[in-house]
Ligand binder design. Structure first.
Ligand code: DMJ
Length: 570
C-alpha cells in the first residue's frame, strides 16, 4: 500500500506519462506545420509578386519595342518582330493574369450598362437611341439588339439577362413583317445571332427561329444568276435591289451569307440553304480575275460585274473575309478548297493595293476606282489585319511571317486611326497624302468593332500582349467619350466631340465581345473549334456534308444538339 502511494507521488502513472508525451509531440507537430504553411504562403506571395513584376516589365519591354518599331518606321525602315506563336507565347496567353481578369470585368460592366439601358428604354425594338431614351426599328422590328447579343450575354456569363432575352425570342420574336429587310444585315445579325445562341446553349428555340427567318430570306436568291437581290419583304417574299445601286447587287451583301446558311444546313440537315449560297461563290468564281478583286456591283440577272470601286472597305469587305472563313468552317477539306484558292488570289489583289505613308510609313489599303488607286481607307477595312493573322496560321514559316507582318503593320495603322484624333476614337475613313501621314475624312465614329476584332486575332495568334494594351486604350476612349448615363453613343465628329444618338447593336454584339475575348484565355471560344461570322457570332465547326444523299438520309434525324450543357469556361 505504502509502496503504491510512494510510487504514485514520485512519478506519474503510465497513462498520465503517455498523455504528457503525446501532448508534447502534438505541440511540436503543430509548431512545425504552422511554420511550413507560413513558409509556403510567403513563398507563394513572393512568387505572385514576382510574376506580376515580370508581367509589368514585359509590358514595358513591349512598349519599348513598339517605340523602336515606330522610330525605325520614321527612318523608312521596317523590322519583323513577331513570329508564329512560339510555345512560350502559347503558354503565356494560356494563363489568366489579374490584369486580364480586372479588364474583362470592366468590359462586362460596360456590357451590363449597355444592355440594361436597352432593356429600360428600348426593349423589343431594334436599337436604342440613348440621348432621347427611346427605341428605333432600324431593321424592321426584329429586336435586333436582343438577337444580336444573345451570345455576348452567354459568353460573359450574364445568365439572367440571357434568360430574359431567350424568353423574348421564344414568345415575342415575330418575323412576319411587311417590311423590306436587308438580306445581308438580317443574315449576319439575326440569323447569325440565333445560330450562335443555339450552338452555345443547345436550346432548340433558337434553331427554330433561325430556320423561320432563313426561309423568309431564301427567295432573294431566286435570280437568273443565283446572285441574290439585297432586299426582301419578310412577309411576302418579293425581292429587289435598292435604286441607288442602279439595280445591281452589292458584292459584300451578296457574298456574306455563306457561313450562316451553310451552318443552318448542317444543323437542320437540309441542304437547300447551303446550295443557294454556295452557287453564288461558284458563279463569281467562273470569271474570277487574276488579282481576285471584284468590283462592288454585280448584275443579278447576268452575274456580270461592272468596273466600279474595288475595296476592302464598305460594300466589299466581308466577301473576302467569308472566302477564308468558309474554308475554315468546312474543316479545310478538299470540298472547300476553291474558297481558299479564291481567297489566296484575292490576297494578291490586296497586296497590290498596299501603299505606305510619309513620313511615318504607315501601311494602308487603297481603294481602286477603275484602274486608278485612291489613297483612302475605311475603318471598316481594319478587319483585314485580323483576317491575315487568322490565315497565317495555315502557312509554313516563310509565308506565315509575310502575312503576319502585313497584318501587324496594318493593325498599327488602324490603331493610329484611333490614336490620331483628339478623342482617341477612329473616324469612319482616312485619306493619306504625301508628307502628312493620315487625316480623317468622314469624321463620325459609330462604335465600330473592326480594329478591336483584328487586335483580338493578332493577340490570339502571336501572344503579343501589346495588342491587349492597344485594345485597352481604345476601350478607355469609349468609356471616357461614348458612355453616357443611358447607354453608349457614337460621335458625329471625332474632332469636335459632338455625340450622336445611336447605340448600334454591333457595339454589344461585336465591339464588347471582342474586347472581352481579348482579355480572356484562348480556351474561351478556341479558334480551332469555332469560326466567327462577320458580326462576331461564333459558330461551332462541325462535319461538312457535301452530298445530297448524306443530307437526305440525315434529314430524317433530329437536329444534332451541339452543346447540351453550359461550357465550363465561365
Ligand atoms: C457589322 O455589322 C459587321 O461587322 C459588318 O461586317 C460590317 N459593319 C458592321 C460593323 O462595323
Amino acid at each position: 500500500m505504502g509502496k503504491t502511494r510512494s510510487s504514485s507521488s514520485s512519478s506519474p502513472s503510465l497513462p498520465l506519462r503517455w498523455w504528457r508525451r503525446t501532448l508534447v509531440l502534438v505541440f511540436i507537430g503543430f509548431v512545425a506545420v504552422t511554420f511550413i504553411v507560413w513558409d509556403r504562403i510567403t513563398l507563394t506571395r513572393d512568387h505572385t509578386v514576382e510574376v506580376l513584376r515580370l508581367n509589368e516589365e514585359l509590358i514595358d519591354l513591349q512598349n519599348l519595342l513598339e517605340d523602336l518599331k515606330a522610330y525605325l518606321r520614321d527612318l523608312g525602315l521596317s523590322i519583323q518582330l513577331s513570329d508564329r506563336v512560339s510555345e512560350p507565347a502559347k503558354e503565356s496567353i494560356g494563363q489568366d493574369d489579374p490584369t486580364n481578369f480586372r479588364r474583362r470585368e470592366q468590359v462586362k460592366d460596360a456590357m451590363i450598362h449597355a444592355w440594361s439601358s436597352y432593356e429600360k428604354y428600348a426593349w423589343g425594338q431594334d436599337e436604342l437611341q440613348p440621348q432621347t431614351k427611346n427605341g428605333i426599328d432600324t431593321f424592321g422590328g426584329l429586336g435586333a439588339t436582343i438577337v444580336d447579343c444573345l451570345d455576348t450575354l452567354f459568353i460573359m456569363g450574364l445568365d439572367e439577362q440571357f434568360q430574359r432575352a431567350r424568353e423574348w425570342v421564344a414568345n415575342s420574336l415575330d418575323f412576319n413583317k411587311n417590311y423590306e429587310a436587308s438580306v445581308f444585315e438580317t443574315t449576319i445579325r439575326v440569323l447569325g445571332g440565333l445560330l450562335s445562341a443555339y450552338d452555345l446553349s443547345g436550346d432548340k428555340v433558337f434553331l427554330e427561329k433561325a430556320q423561320d427567318i432563313a426561309d423568309r430570306l431564301l427567295p432573294a436568291w431566286n435570280t437568273p444568276s443565283g446572285i441574290p437581290y439585297n432586299r426582301i419583304n419578310l412577309a411576302y417574299g418579293n425581292a429587289n435591289n435598292p435604286g441607288w445601286t442602279g439595280g445591281n447587287s452589292v458584292l459584300a451583301d451578296s457574298g456574306t451569307e455563306q457561313l450562316e446558311f451553310i451552318a443552318l444546313s448542317q444543323r437542320t440537315r437540309d441542304p437547300k440553304y447551303q446550295k443557294k449560297v454556295e452557287n453564288v461563290i461558284k458563279e463569281l468564281g467562273r470569271t474570277f480575275p487574276l488579282d481576285g478583286l471584284l468590283p462592288v456591283y454585280i448584275n443579278p440577272h447576268t452575274g456580270a460585274t461592272s468596273s466600279s470601286i474595288y475595296t476592302f472597305g464598305a460594300m466589299g469587305d466581308s466577301f473576302y473575309e467569308y472566302l477564308l472563313k468558309a474554308w475554315i468552317q468546312g474543316n479545310k477539306t478538299e470540298a472547300v478548297k476553291h474558297y481558299r484558292e479564291m481567297w489566296e488570289t484575292s490576297m494578291e489583289g490586296l497586296k497590290s493595293l498596299i501603299r505606305r505613308t510619309t513620313p511615318s510609313s504607315f501601311a494602308y489599303i487603297c481603294e481602286k476606282n477603275g484602274r486608278f488607286l485612291s489613297d483612302k481607307m475605311d475603318e471598316l477595312a481594319c478587319f483585314a489585319p485580323g483576317m491575315l493573322a487568322l490565315a497565317s496560321y495555315d502557312y509554313g514559316p516563310g509565308e506565315a511571317e509575310k502575312y503576319l507582318s502585313l497584318a501587324e503593320e496594318l493593325a498599327w495603322t488602324c490603331y493610329n486611326f484611333y490614336q490620331s484624333t483628339p478623342m482617341k476614337l477612329a473616324g469612319e475613313n482616312y485619306f493619306f497624302s504625301a508628307g502628312q501621314d493620315m487625316s480623317v475624312d468622314t469624321s463620325w465614329n459609330i462604335l465600330r468593332p473592326e480594329t478591336i476584332e483584328s487586335l483580338f486575332y493578332l493577340w490570339r495568334i502571336t501572344g503579343n500582349k501589346t495588342y491587349q494594351e492597344w485594345g485597352w486604350n481604345i476601350f478607355q476612349a469609349f468609356e471616357k467619350n461614348s458612355r453616357i448615363e443611358t447607354g453608349y453613343v457614337g460621335h458625329k465628329n471625332v474632332n469636335t466631340g459632338i455625340k450622336d444618338n445611336m447605340m448600334q447593336s454591333f457595339f454589344l454584339a461585336e465591339t464588347l465581345k471582342y474586347l472581352y475575348l481579348l482579355f480572356s484565355p484562348p480556351s474561351v471560344i478556341p479558334l480551332d473549334e469555332w469560326v466567327f461570322n462577320t458580326e462576331a457570332h461564333p459558330f461551332r465547326i462541325v462535319t461538312r456534308h457535301d452530298h445530297e444523299e448524306n443530307f437526305g438520309a440525315l434529314g430524317q434525324q433530329k437536329p444534332q444538339v451541339l452543346t447540351k450543357t453550359r461550357p465550363n469556361w465561365i
